[in-house]
Design a protein around this ligand. Structure first.
Ligand code: GRF
Length: 224
C-alpha cells in the first residue's frame, strides 16, 4: 500500500502498467521482478490503448492480466475517461506505471492517485518535454539542439505534461553520428530500463517521499 506522501504501509506493491507500444519498459519491470532488482512488487494488470501493442504479447507471455481500452472505442472522451478510470479502480493498484502510454489521463484519475502514478520520459526533464515531446520526436529535438548529454527521467504524474516531481534521472552521452533511432535505443538501454525498475523498487520499499513538490530519498519505511 502507498500513501499520498509516498510512505509505504506494508505488503507487496501492486502495480498496474499502462502501455501503448513495444513494451520494452514493461519487459524491464518483468525482468526486474524476476531478478529481484525489484522487490516487494507484483504486476497485477496491464492496460493498453492499442490492440496491436507488442506489450500485450509480453504481458500474455507472463500470464499478466491485460486489458485494451482505447479512446477510439468510445463515443467521446468523457465516456473513455469513465471506462478507463473504472478499469483502473477495478484493478486496485497501489501504483500506476505509465510505460510509453500515449493517452492523456483523466484529471479525476490524477487527483485520485496523487503521487501514485509514475511516468518514464526519454529526456532529462525539463529539457525536451511537454506537449508534443514523445517517442522519436524527443531525440530528434535533442540532436537538432546539439546537446552532448541527454538521458531519461522517472517522475510522478500531475496535471501538467511531464511536470510532476522528479524521482530519478540518468544521463546518456550523445555520440557522433547518432540518429534519432540510435540515440533512442541507447537512452532506453542505458537509462530507461535502469531507472524505471529502480524507481519502482524504491517506492515499493518506502524509500521515496514527496515534500513541497520535490522527491526525497528516505530510509526504508517511507516519509521522514
Ligand atoms: C519509451 O521510449 C519511453 O521513454 C517513452 O515511450 C517509449 C516506450 O517504449 N515514454 P516501450 O513501449 O516501453 O518499448
Amino acid at each position: 500500500m502507498l500513501k499520498e506522501d509516498g510512505a509505504a504501509t506494508g505488503g507487496r506493491l501492486k502495480i498496474l502498467v499502462c502501455v501503448s507500444g513495444g513494451g520494452t519498459n514493461l519487459q524491464a519491470i518483468i525482468d526486474g521482478i524476476k531478478s529481484n532488482a525489484i522487490t516487494n512488487t507484483e504486476i497485477i494488470s496491464v492496460i493498453s490503448n492499442n490492440k496491436k501493442a507488442y506489450a500485450l504479447v509480453r504481458a500474455a507471455e507472463e500470464g499478466i492480466p491485460a486489458l485494451c481500452i482505447s479512446p477510439k472505442d468510445y463515443e467521446d472522451r468523457e465516456a473513455f475517461n469513465r471506462a478507463f478510470l473504472k478499469a483502473v479502480q477495478a484493478a486496485g493498484p497501489d501504483l500506476i506505471v505509465l510505460a510509453g502510454f500515449l493517452v492523456v489521463l483523466p484529471e479525476e484519475m490524477i487527483a485520485g492517485y496523487r503521487n501514485r502514478i509514475i511516468n518514464i520520459h526519454p529526456s532529462l526533464i525539463p529539457s525536451f518535454c511537454g506537449k508534443g515531446f514523445y517517442g522519436l520526436k524527443v531525440h530528434e529535438k535533442a540532436l537538432e539542439r546539439g546537446v552532448k548529454v541527454t538521458g531519461a527521467t522517472v517522475h510522478f504524474v500531475d496535471e501538467g505534461t511531464d511536470t510532476g516531481p522528479i524521482i530519478l534521472q540518468k544521463a546518456v552521452a550523445v555520440e557522433a553520428g547518432d540518429t534519432p533511432e540510435t540515440l533512442q535505443k541507447r537512452v532506453m538501454e542505458q537509462a530507461e530500463w535502469v531507472i524505471l525498475p529502480k524507481a519502482i523498487d524504491m517506492i515499493a520499499n518506502g524509500r521515496i517521499a514527496v515534500e513541497e513538490g520535490r522527491c526525497i530519498e528516505t530510509d526504508k519505511g517511507g516519509c521522514s
